[in-house]
Design a protein around this ligand. Structure first.
Ligand SMILES: [Fe+2]
Length: 236
């Protein structure tokens, strides 16, 4: 951080280790007041220590906890306000979590503290029907572009990063994605300036997973490497 001198530093709303073991994935937190208190205290401590603004990013997730007593957007918002930190807002992660857990992605986007959003992430994912795995190995889908447009209407022109970590295409394809991000952002900024914003009344693009449909045994048997590798195997 001293060498790069960044305007802010970020990490994720997640946990990764317990009992001396460290897990190589971003595991979701329970959305409880106890977790709000713990994460807020640590984020504030870290920000004070680093002496640069600190931000936390919402993650993609594949499970929830029965102990949770609030929504994910309430959880991230309360921590951001309490710790006085920024948000790194991953629009694709909102879509993936909304799909996997059956909540309204637009409600999430509308209710977080927009002035705290320091950067936006977009990515492609793998939809396996019952659930989505956040593979970052393909183009951003149209419903995520729509969600991004509405996010920008709330935030203004926040810098945007497209995450593409696997099965990386030729540079022109990546540049086209970046160009699309610019055009969606510019259109949303223009709508914001004119006051003619688009408001989805529900979550038309985000389907709820049918809990009556069982998850196939093949999906349960994760191999070493975790969900992304499983998605790659199932998609072929
Ligand atoms: Fe991200």
């Amino acid at each position: 951080m001293k060498r790069v001198d960044p305007p802010w530093v970020s990490d994720h709303f997640c946990w990764c280790g317990t009992g001396g073991a460290h897990l190589h994935d971003l595991l979701p937190l329970p959305y409880t007041q106890e977790a709000v208190r713990i994460v807020s205290e640590r984020a504030r401590m870290l920000q004070d220590f680093l002496e640069v603004p600190f931000a936390l990013e919402n993650t993609s997730s594949y499970l929830t906890y029965t102990a949770s007593s609030m929504t994910e957007w309430q959880f991230v918002s309360e921590i951001a306000e309490r710790a006085d930190i920024g948000l790194l807002f991953d629009v694709n992660n909102v879509y993936v979590a909304a799909y996997n857990h059956g909540f309204d992605a637009y409600e999430f986007v509308r209710n977080v503290p927009h002035e705290r959003i320091v950067q936006i992430h977009l990515a492609g994912h793998t939809n396996l029907g019952n659930y989505i795995i956040d593979t970052h190995d393909r183009p951003v889908i149209d419903p995520v572009w729509d969600l991004y447009g509405e996010t920008i209407e709330h935030t203004g022109p926040v810098s945007t990063l497209i995450e593409w970590d696997d099965d990386i295409p030729p540079l022109e394809v990546v540049l086209q994605e970046a160009e699309r991000a610019r055009s969606v952002r510019d259109a949303a900024v223009a709508r914001r300036a004119s006051g003619r914003t688009v408001r989805h009344t529900s979550a038309p693009a985000v389907q709820k997973r049918d809990p009556a449909v069982p998850i196939s045994p093949a999906h349960k048997a994760w191999t070493q490497g975790g969900p992304r590798e499983t998605a790659a195997a199932e998609a072929t």
